[in-house]
Design a binder for this molecule. Sequence first.
Ligand code: HEC
Ligand code: HEC
Length: 201
Amino acid sequence: MKKAVISIFVLFFALLMGSAQAAGNAAKGKEKAGMCMGCHGAQGVSSNPLWPHLAGQSAGYIAKQLADFKSGIRKDPTMSAMAAGLSQADMENLGAYYSELKPAQGAASSEKLAQQGERMYRGGKAEMGISACMSCHGPSGKGIPPRFPSVSGQQAAYAEKQLLAFKTGSRSNDDEIMTRIAFRMSEAEIKAIAEYMAGLH
Ligand code: HEC
Ligand code: HEC
């Protein structure tokens, strides 16, 4: 009995500390973000179509990506170099900082492609075994923190590059969720859905 009570307390404190660590400190994150602004923008909204917006992204997702770049599970020469010097606390602080910034308001550059993309985003494609993107990324693309990232207003060229990377397996840090989905999508479907997500809010 005594043992059970003690282990409940231990579990309670472990959970408490875990959540305090996972929360991150946005003010400390802001101090570190100076070295990120050149590419991800002063407010987490980037101007280069291949550099993702970070503003409003889930804190847990950002911290995970930074850890994945550092460990090498997710490969990108620029970001691996950037993440190499970050501690686990830095990653959580940066995640907290960027998650609180105002998300970008993008727009699809082609209405026709966006309409095609919307069909799959909302309904999936049953005959190909593709689940609706909405079920994990949310009806307005805001994601479900901490695991499922926001895709709302993201740069279309960046999103397209990621989906192609999941399709070919060159990005494989996703526990096989996205690689399995993107493998079944055509390049045209990927392009259309990336346009749709850019204008989704
Ligand atoms: C020289 C430009 C550059 C700098 C500086 C830079 N990044 Fe990046 N970042 C990129 C590029 C390019 C990508 C996309 C990589 C890819 O295509 O997979 C990226 C991707 C990311 C991602 C993944 C986003 C997602 O939606 O999956 C995160 C998180 C990130 N960067 C955070 C940071 C942080 C934090 C810093 C500062 C410590 C930083 N970056 C500095 C260029 C840069
Ligand atoms: C079962 C849940 C699930 C479904 C359904 C799903 N996704 Fe994802 N998606 C994820 C997860 C989890 C990640 C993050 C993987 C990681 O940790 O790197 C992700 C990542 C992404 C990314 C990369 C985001 C970034 O910033 O780099 C894009 C783009 C994306 N998904 C698009 C889609 C599209 C389009 C569909 C529908 C065709 C879809 N997803 C369906 C779970 C899902």
